[in-house]
Write a protein that binds this ligand. Structure first.
Ligand code: NAP
Length: 338
């Protein structure tokens, strides 16, 4: 089998394709011949040494794959054999063969390609948890989606549209036309303008009911201030950590120092809520994940879940795939194909 290893912390050249012996599935697991592996921003952070959950290097990251089941372990139905499926992987997804617990595997909808299926698990489950499960977004409420042009952002736009909410998104300006065509109501160039001023303008000074914020650091303070009464702030990443010029884990320092502290009294006096989302810490809640995925797969059938693959890269070009995301060029999902 082929696996893409992170061989050390550093630039995209640290991703190296290696051969490894083929694994056999243990009890309760099945083996997937991978046709597409999803790339996530967390993988970039892991390569940079900025992702605390990453395995020790050298390691193989990757949270999601799509492919064909070719072997099953004891206790797993043989009906899986030969079927197309996609899965959440707890790392190891950058490989042309993976072994996954059956509970993390879902049948591929016939209308979606393997590349599109590899764009579903992390992006849509995270967006669902943010907007619906914890963010409680309602029809006619307004949501501010930061990083609207990333994979999670596009999924959040689909969900906001489905709920009948108004959406405002921040993204690099070259992505605005595409995001509006996908259904984003208002796009803000957060790199050229102060996004909080724009949000105030677009909401008549009232603010929004929900912010989904993966930027981190001082943005969380601003996002909290952008909430109107009953507003909720969902924090789920620190994209800005990569911008610091510091070295190694110190790069996280400016983001850490900029973080807000939320006082209970100020929360209840302002009628606001804050919450965090980390899909990578939900492995003991697979029942919930399966329920959310069942809704999302009905959304695929009904047409409101529209996984968008921006670009595919061959396994040999995994470094280029990371560089593409780091240069903020992606609009939606980047996928690796063996
Ligand atoms: N907690 C969780 O469970 C969870 C799950 C998934 C993702 N996340 C987090 O959510 C964020 C977005 O993830 P994603 O997978 O949707 O992203 P993605 O598809 O990889 O897109 C990355 C986009 O983020 C934007 N960005 C913002 N700051 C950036 C920076 N300093 N360097 C490079 N790009 C930057 C860029 O678009 P623009 O310039 O257009 O904004 C870039 O194209 C990340 O922070 C990720 O770690 C968290």
């Amino acid at each position: 089998m082929k696996q893409i290893f992170i061989t050390g912390h550093g630039g995209p050249e640290k991703l190296v394709l290696r051969e490894a012996p083929e694994p056999t599935p243990a009890a309760g697991t099945l083996r997937i011949r991978v046709k597409a592996s999803g790339v996530n921003f967390a993988d970039v952070l892991a390569r940079q040494g900025l992702y605390p959950d990453a395995p020790k290097i050298p390691c193989v990251v990757g949270y999601e794959v799509s492919g064909t089941v070719d072997a099953v372990g004891a206790g797993v139905s043989a009906a899986w054999l030969g079927t197309d499926a996609f899965a959440l992987t707890r790392f190891g997804g950058y490989a042309d063969v993976v072994i996954v617990p059956e509970a993390q595997v879902f049948a591929r909808p016939a209308v979606l390609s393997h590349e599109q299926c590899a764009a579903i698990p992390v992006n849509y489950l995270t967006a669902w948890q943010l907007l619906v499960v914890m963010g409680s977004l309602q029809k006619d409420e307004t949501v501010l989606i930061h990083n609207a042009g990333g994979g999670v952002g596009l999924a959040a736009i689909d969900i906001a549209r489905h709920l009948g909410a108004r959406s405002i998104g921040t993204a690099s300006p070259g992505k605005h036309a595409f995001l509006k065509a996908r259904g984003l109501d208002e796009a803000i160039d957060y790199r050229g303008k102060d996004w909080s001023v724009e949000v105030a303008r677009l909401t008549g000074g009232r603010g929004v009911e929900l912010v989904t914020d993966p930027l981190g650091g001082s943005h969380w303070k601003k996002s909290y201030r952008a909430l109107r009464s009953t507003g909720r702030l969902g924090m789920f990443g620190v994209s800005t950590a990569t911008e610091s010029g510091l070295f190694g884990p110190l790069r996280l320092l400016p983001a850490a120092l900029g973080m807000p502290l939320f006082h209970p009294v100020s929360l209840f006096n302002s009628n606001k809520a804050v919450f965090g989302v980390n899909l990578g810490h939900m492995w003991d809640e697979v029942g919930k994940i399966r329920n959310w995925m069942a809704i999302l797969l009905r959304g695929v059938e009904d047409g409101w879940v529209r996984p968008h693959v921006d670009r595919t890269f061959a396994f040999e070009q995994a470094g280029d795939a990371h560089a593409y995301i780091e240069a903020r060029k992606n609009t939606g999902k980047v996928v690796l194909v063996p």
